[in-house]
Unconditional design. Structure first.
Length: 108
């Protein structure tokens, strides 16, 4: 089976997602987070570094659960609908500050 190359937009979405997950992990042990999410530490490193721009849905759900991060927040970041500057700036509290606003938008 031949894989279709990812578009530049998909690659950038993966970078945004990786930055959010790295930020949400905020210094917690990556091996513990990976095990809790049901993935290998190497897979977590690749996702956080943006080298795996299109991880599987189950992987993202597992990571969000392990990080106590709403899946909706990850989806918004991946789609580019959230504040990209904050996501890329590396602010440790971004996920915590973004989650309530995103949840409110989705509920409304």
């Amino acid at each position: 089976m031949v894989r279709i190359p990812l578009t530049p937009e998909q690659v950038e979405a993966g970078r945004r997602l990786g930055a959010l997950l790295r930020e949400a992990r905020a210094g917690r042990d990556p091996e513990l987070i990976a095990r809790t999410a049901g993935i290998s530490p190497e897979t977590l490193r690749k996702i956080e570094a943006g080298r795996m721009p299109s991880p599987g849905f189950g992987t993202i759900v597992g990571l969000c659960e392990a990080l106590q991060l709403p899946v909706q927040t990850a989806a918004r970041i991946w789609l580019g609908a959230a504040d990209q500057q904050s996501a890329q700036a590396g602010h440790a509290g971004h996920a915590a500050h973004t989650a309530p606003a995103v949840a409110e938008q989705l509920a409304g």
